[in-house]
Design a protein around this ligand. Structure first.
Ligand SMILES: [Zn+2]
Length: 106
């Protein structure tokens, strides 16, 4: 049984680490944004629609990872969809954390 507790503890640590908010929240510079849009020819990376209004999104959701490999231009519609999905995933993770904490208390 103690093996399960060890596993739960390890899982809890991994989940909490992945959920911890990064201290630095950076955004891409104007020139970086322009470059990304130019690379994508002003098209949304997700749906391919051409748009004058494109948001620059962090692909991995980590706003302190400002490498250009981590950037993509999304139309507001796709950006909102992606943000919603991430929020749902975080909600599930926080439910898992609560469950695991409950296990560890027993
Ligand atoms: Zn789109």
């Amino acid at each position: 049984m103690s093996d399960y507790f060890d596993l739960a503890e390890i899982a809890l640590r991994i989940i909490e680490k992945s959920m911890s908010k990064s201290k630095k929240r950076l955004s891409f510079s104007k020139s970086e944004k322009a470059r990304i849009k130019k690379i994508q020819k002003n098209r949304c990376k997700a749906c391919g629609k051409k748009s004058n209004v494109l948001d620059i999104d962090h692909i991995d959701g980590n706003s302190s990872n400002n490498s250009l490999d981590n950037a993509q231009a999304l139309c507001p519609n796709c950006h909102a969809k992606k943000t919603r999905t991430i929020k749902q995933k975080k909600l599930k993770l926080s439910q898992a954390v609560r469950y695991l904490k409950g296990l560890l208390k027993e």
